[in-house]
Design a protein around this ligand. Structure first.
Ligand code: SAJ
Length: 474
């Protein structure tokens, strides 16, 4: 490719980044792209937030968003007022004449559990013609989660095929997002960042950009290491939750309360068992272990541990449905004559996101059994109609039900008056704590039968008394 390369292109790009003169386009205004664009704007840059979703961009232009992230809506308004944040759905307006492109589009998995990189590739193909037109070097950052070697074996060859020289025309970095939904802004500002590169100059440019808004450390490493780190973090969490779930299943078989086991085992200074429950949801933990598994061949490496953890967590919604069904049937009631209230459908508490939520599968299982379902989630604006009878208040949801299921630990559910809820239910109701966030005793005191994964009905009570009342204090 014939390009008029700028002399000292790297230095001039670096100074544009350092002096906040660099013009930035962030592709994807979702959970990561939006807060990132806002923080870069806050840091002093001119930022275009590009998304092909026209409605989302229209809302952003009016200062609105459907994300429930604390602080995000206020920050959108502030950034719009600053005149440095421009939501945009037209590619030309958004992508022309930029110094930095950040790709933060989704990278889901295919039905065969392999990585689906089509949104990432289409975002790159959108950007490249504008980089060619520019005649100045640019920094291209990938924030979307990618499997190991994607930078080296997919993105680098794609750029080279288009005639670019990485490290000269295009500086390329992978900066995986590692912020937790519910705390996105805070974590994006405070968490340490990892920058994965193939050449040193790209690392320095990306580090300079990210240091402008994060108070955490910025560490540069090889692209392949960075790709792996992101997946290892989420696989670690998935595996740890799977361990908690495996212990819960053992507790069920032994007639022991898993909450008691956790509480006692976690007294050990080097043990920290996470909460078991109805399964693992969200867009990251449900796919990142598969990205990790897809990166090496099963013939060379034994992958069974990570695979088994993922599969165990995937089985939990069905298992939870079986516990509820058995409990109701054991009372001589048929599913058809029983009503179940589901409180919270999101993948975890205090978020609006119900993508891959285990609660959805739990509801489908219960409906397949023949149960009638009421659903209430104050954080979800548009509830999927097919879930059941959608309710607008807690009272409406629990009135006349046989079983209350806590699907997501939203603060308002944690604060609810169990006596009042109990009074609205039918005779002798069940309380299924899907997230292990309630104390068995206080639930039982309100007149419910307490159930959860790992909390069998035939739990050995006498040991519970001993543990609670015989604390030896030297
Ligand atoms: N969960 C349990 N038991 C627990 C903790 C969580 O069952 O003890 C469940 C939750 O209910 C939820 C799922 O696990 O369904 C995932 O929730 P989470 O809070 O563990 O994580 P995410 O998916 O919200 O965010 C993760 C974070 N990764 C790690 O903590 C290693 C976050 O830092 C990442 O940025 C994010 O994935 C991501 O985008 O990759």
């Amino acid at each position: 490719m014939i390009r008029m390369r700028e002399l000292n292109g790297y230095e001039s790009l670096l100074s544009r980044i350092q002096e906040k003169r660099a013009r930035i386009a962030v592709l994807g205004q979702g959970y990561i792209g939006l807060p990132l664009a806002l923080l870069l704007c806050e840091a002093g840059y001119h930022v275009v937030g590009f998304d092909i979703n026209v409605e989302l961009i229209e809302n952003l232009t009016k200062g609105r968003t459907k994300f429930s992230e604390p602080g995000v809506e206020d920050l959108i308004k502030k950034c719009l007022l600053s005149g440095r944040y421009f939501p945009e759905s037209k590619a030309e307006e958004a992508l022309k004449n930029k110094d930095v492109y950040i790709v933060a589009v989704q990278t889901p998995i295919k039905p065969n559990s392999k990585p689906d990189l089509r949104y990432l590739l289409s975002a790159l193909n959108l950007i490249l013609p504008w980089i060619k037109e520019r005649y100045l070097p640019v920094l291209l950052v990938i924030e979307s989660t990618i499997p190991p070697k994607t930078m080296e074996e997919i993105i680098l060859p794609l750029l080279e095929r288009e005639g670019f020289f990485v490290g000269e025309d295009i500086f390329l970095a992978y900066c995986p997002e590692r912020a937790m939904p519910g705390r996105l802004l805070r974590e994006l500002m405070e968490a340490d960042r990892i920058i994965g590169v193939i050449d040193e100059s790209s690392g320095k440019l990306a580090a300079s950009l990210y240091s402008s808004f994060t108070r955490g450390s910025v560490r540069i490493t090889h692209a392949r290491t960075a790709e792996l780190v992101k997946l290892v973090e989420n696989s670690y969490r998935d595996l740890n939750i799977a361990f908690a779930n495996a212990i819960a299943l053992i507790c069920e078989a032994l007639g022991v309360d898993v909450n008691e086991v956790r509480a006692l085992a976690n007294l050990h200074p080097r043990v920290n068992i996470l909460r078991p429950g109805i399964g693992v949801g969200g867009s990251c933990l449900t796919k990142d272990p598969y990205f990790l598994l897809s990166s090496v061949s099963n013939n060379n490496v034994n992958l069974s541990l990570i695979w088994a953890a993922r599969k165990l967590n995937e089985k939990l919604p069905k298992h939870a449905a079986r516990i509820i069904t058995n409990a109701i049937k054991s009372r001589g009631k048929s599913p058809e004559e029983s009503l179940i209230a589901i409180l919270g459908i999101t993948y975890k508490g205090n978020v609006r996101d119900y993508r891959n939520s285990p609660v959805l599968e739990l509801i489908h299982e219960l409906k397949d059994e023949g149960f009638r379902i009421t659903v209430y989630d104050p954080l979800v604006e548009e509830m999927p109609e097919e879930l059941g009878e959608i309710c607008n208040s807690l009272e409406e949801a629990v009135r006349g039900v046989d079983c209350v299921v806590v699907g997501a630990e939203h603060p308002m559910f944690l604060r609810m008056d169990l006596d009042e809820v109990r009074a609205l239910c039918r005779e002798n109701p069940i309380f299924f704590d899907g997230k292990h966030v309630f104390e068995r005793k206080s639930v039982e005191k309100s007149g419910f039968e307490y159930l959860s994964v790992g909390c069998p009905t035939n739990v050995i009570e006498i040991l519970k008394e001993i543990v609670e009342h015989h604390i030896y204090e030297p």
